[in-house]
Design a protein around this ligand. Sequence first.
Ligand code: ADP
Length: 263
Amino acid sequence: GDRQVRAPIKGPEEVRQLALTLNELSAELKIQEDWRHALMEDLTHELRTPLTSMLSQLEAMIDGIYEVNVEWLQQVYDELIRLTRLMTDMERLSEAEAARFTIHIKRENMVQLAEQVYRNFLPMAKSKSIKLRFNNPNVPCYAEVDRDKLIQVVSNIVSNAVKYTNDGGTITVGVDWQPEATIIYCQDTGIGIGAQDLPYVFNRLYRVDKSRSRFSGGVGLGLSIAKALVEAHEGVIEVDSELGIGSQFRVTIPNTYKSMNHL
Ligand code: ADP
């Protein structure tokens, strides 16, 4: 007998809708495939240089050309720590990309959500004598979001603000409510981002100043993770910045989640 399970189709309009949905799905799969391919290339590139250099130096030591010295061991150690962190972030980025299929949407109080992140960063800001403020819109702001994932987004942004703002600076986290969307923003008086770098800061592995970011522990994935998560909510992430003046990051999330992936 016919063991195939088929959804009943009631008319031509439904056939057309199904075809549209299938086309959208295959376009989506193609985007995912391209994305994974690009990710693999980035990763290979990022790993090859340090691994090749460590290998050749190790070989020289084994052959007795170099003497083993503690300074070099420390360098290798630091580099391995960085690569391990890169792996962890890559994993998180990969999860973030898959998030559009796994987000758990609930109606959430957006002011409470943003305020929680603000509170989490108070100790870190205090340790740098940064004034961290919270702008409460004093109106109820509700949106359908995945709470944990949005907390990660806002945390990445506020963590950067603290990282890239000098001692004594000011950071303001706040919420703006509109009938269709909620905006969470983070404004800092930090080092800012130059116009030549600004279009790329959401790209994975992009760092404005590689030496500085390496020192402060960034690998250039935080904002690309944030972007993937915001897009999983059909939202938009944007930045305005001026070198030496400061930056403002804005996350705009539609109040109602409408994606077909939700069905
Ligand atoms: P990282 O791990 O290097 O911080 P991100 O993806 O979080 O990576 O950020 C990418 C780059 O954007 C950073 O390396 C930094 O140069 C720049 N950046 C991000 N946020 C800020 C900010 N608030 N002020 C100045 N520069 C920033």
